[in-house]
Ligand binder design. Structure first.
Ligand SMILES: Cc1cc2nc3c(=O)[nH]c(=O)nc-3n(C[C@H](O)[C@H](O)[C@H](O)COP(=O)(O)OP(=O)(O)OC[C@H]3O[C@@H](n4cnc5c(N)ncnc54)[C@H](O)[C@@H]3O)c2cc1C
Length: 134
């Protein structure tokens, strides 16, 4: 079947790969002259900044795209777990850190906001945020 996918963000790229691996004739159309959509980068003064995501929330889902296309993700990329994952800065120069360890993240949020770490843990627990093991 001929399929047209509009937009080469993470979503469009993923579905285009899956449909193509199922044997469909896929045309992927992107209005920008780069792929990735919101997951892009901005280059400035010799530095490269993430334009969108800084936290890889569900890495197993990216693996799933490769596996569903009969590819071994480890032949293409690997993950390196970081203790300090990302740091968010605010205009008043305050910041908070996101760690691999959710309890450390909760403590870090407590330092910048009037939000107890136990409240934060209670809030995110139902989301079932998992830490992948590679
Ligand atoms: C500032 C910011 C921070 C974020 N941080 C995180 C994070 O830390 N962790 C995380 O997991 N997620 C994060 N996200 C969310 C994540 O970036 C998005 O969920 C994801 O990139 C969306 O992918 P998508 O393919 O659905 O959409 P998009 O990336 O928006 O892709 C849509 C594509 O379609 C193209 N398009 C639109 N209209 C047309 C058209 N008419 N014709 C052709 N092409 C078209 C666009 O140019 C674009 O390339 C963040 C997003 C932002 C903006």
């Amino acid at each position: 079947m001929k399929v047209v996918v509009l937009g080469a963000g993470i979503g469009g790229l993923s579905i285009a790969c899956r449909l193509s691996s199922l044997g469909h004739d896929v045309i992927l159309i992107e209005k920008n002259n780069y792929t990735g959509g919101k997951a892009g980068v901005v280059k400035f003064n010799g530095y490269t900044f993430d334009a969108g995501p800084s936290l890889f929330t569900y890495p197993e889902w990216l693996d799933d795209v490769f596996v569903s296309c009969n590819k071994n993700p480890r032949d293409y990329y690997t993950y390196k777990k970081l203790d300090l994952v990302t740091r968010y800065f605010f205009n008043d120069k305050s910041y908070f850190d996101v760690f691999d360890d959710v309890n450390k993240t909760a403590k870090s949020i407590e330092n910048v906001a009037n939000f107890s770490s136990s409240k934060f843990i209670k809030l995110i627990k139902p989301l079932g945020i998992s830490v992948p093991t590679f």
